[in-house]
Ligand binder design. Structure first.
Ligand code: F0G
Length: 430
């Protein structure tokens, strides 16, 4: 018997769902649902030691940075197959220039771009697909701004399932689209925004009985929350002052908050870091909602930002993320595309590459320090959600062909021409 169950998050409802069915919405009130556990007594010291020991193990389940912490996600039954690609175990790296620029603050990067398909989505996907597999699902589906889709395509292949994905037409990066195609997913380009594609998918999913693996799937949140255990372990269980994440559909911030809350309740940590969500200024529904203290989501109908991963106007998980800000005394900020570009360039000066959405975190820290909301020299972990190579069009546009192109020369294959070109290039400080 599993100790896991699904429960509605709405205070007025909080009802348990039918254990025989996996649902993404409450069968009584339609609210979001979450996975809950009867954890019983937990010996935090013993578990910390065991998790640490597993790092030396060669077993696939222990090589995974998600399943190494399996006591935190005990929804798997004995005999269930774990569908893993050795996700997680991502680096925590310090910064010099970026931290100075953003504060000065003590800025550390948790780089989720180092996952099998290049984004944090792999943590949620191993959990979701493992669950789907145990339930006998043969086809999974999602709508995506590109990362969930590449991750779903990979893990579905691994499990021998079919993958159906909806993406907004011409609105996701070529690399992300290529990944999904390479893993053999059926790609449907539909609508102009993620929100439209997602709405259509949800409607058709109900008709067709599709198993969705977006972040509204509560098991995806379970996989993603393990980032917190891994990060704290890497820091010898010393929590930072702030954990900063970019906000799109708000699954990641919800997961991080849930992870922190459970680790606190189970006695792993005393202090809870404040969770900060950073959105793009042109796609900032959560920022607007939180700032206005609104009980309804203030959706953005025409979201726009070059950080296409977070170009979302109606985040499905906003109520979960709002709880996280309450629990952790966190807040939400938004930054312009120009600020995102600057932050990405500063990270690059530290040798850290990422996709634009991820750099929003560092831009957000700078803005918040300047506004006096984050104190100078604070201890901050920014979660970089996606790999640098996820969006090379952005880089080529800004760094090679656009107005900021400074480091690309085309030279005739002739020594004299080369000398001249290099002299000229080095004469100008860059
Ligand atoms: N960063 C990246 C690189 C993302 O791909 C996403 C979301 C986010 C941040 C925001 O995370 O949605 O949990 O708030 N990408 C989703 C996708 C929407 O379809 O790949 P979130």
């Amino acid at each position: 018997m599993s100790i896991a169950y699904l429960q509605c998050i709405e205070d007025a409802c909080r009802r348990r769902q039918d254990p025989k069915k996996d649902v993404n919405a409450c069968s009584f009130c339609g609210g979001l649902v979450e996975v809950k556990y009867d954890f019983g007594a937990v010996d935090a010291e013993r578990l910390r030691h065991e998790w640490h020991q597993r790092r030396l193990s060669g077993e696939p389940i222990d090589r995974s940075g998600v399943w190494r912490f399996r006591e935190l996600i005990p929804f798997v039954e004995l005999g269930d197959r774990i569908v893993s690609l050795s996700e997680g175990s991502t680096p925590l790296v310090g910064t010099r220039r970026a931290g100075w620029w953003a504060g000065p603050v003590h800025l550390t990067i948790k780089h989720q771009g180092n996952n099998p398909t290049g984004s944090f989505k792999d943590l949620g996907m191993t959990a979701c697909i493992t669950r789907a597999d145990a339930r006998g699902v043969r086809m999974v589906a999602c709508a995506s701004t590109g990362n969930t889709s590449s991750s779903m395509a990979a893990y579905a292949s691994r499990a021998g399932m079919k993958a159906l994905l909806f993406v907004p037409y011409k609105q996701i990066s070529a690399a992300k689209l290529a990944q999904a195609l390479d893993f053999g997913a059926l790609v449907v380009e539909v609508g102009d925004t993620f929100d439209e594609a997602f709405r259509l998918l949800r409607e058709i999913a109900a008709e067709m009985g599709l198993y969705l693996v977006n972040s509204i799937n509560p098991f995806s949140i379970e996989g993603q929350k393990t980032i917190v255990a891994e990060m704290l372990e890497q820091r010898a269980w010393r929590p930072p002052d702030y954990i900063v994440v970019p906000g799109g559909n708000l699954g990641n911030s919800s997961a991080i908050g849930k992870g922190l809350r459970e680790l606190k309740e189970l006695g792993f940590i005393e202090k809870v870091p404040r969770v900060v969500v950073v959105q793009a200024a042109g796609a900032n529904p959560f920022y607007q909602t939180v700032s206005a203290g609104s009980e309804e989501l203030l959706a953005v109908d025409d979201p726009h930002t070059e950080a296409t991963a977070i170009r979302i106007g109606r985040p499905a998980n906003w109520k979960k993320a709002r709880r996280v800000l309450e629990w952790t005394h966190g807040f939400c900020e938004c930054v312009t595309d120009e600020e995102i570009f600057e932050a990405k360039a500063l990270l690059a000066e530290d040798g850290v590459g990422c996709e634009p959405a991820s750099a929003a975190t560092v831009a957000g820290v700078r803005k918040l320090v300047r506004a006096g909301k984050i104190e100078r020299h604070a201890d901050i972990v920014c979660v970089l959600t996606g790999n640098q190579l996820k969006d090379t069009e952005y880089i080529m546009h800004h760094r090679s062909e656009g107005r900021r192109s400074r480091r690309r020369l085309r030279v005739e294959p002739d020594l004299e021409a080369l000398r001249k070109a290099l002299d000229k290039a080095f004469a100008v400080p860059v």
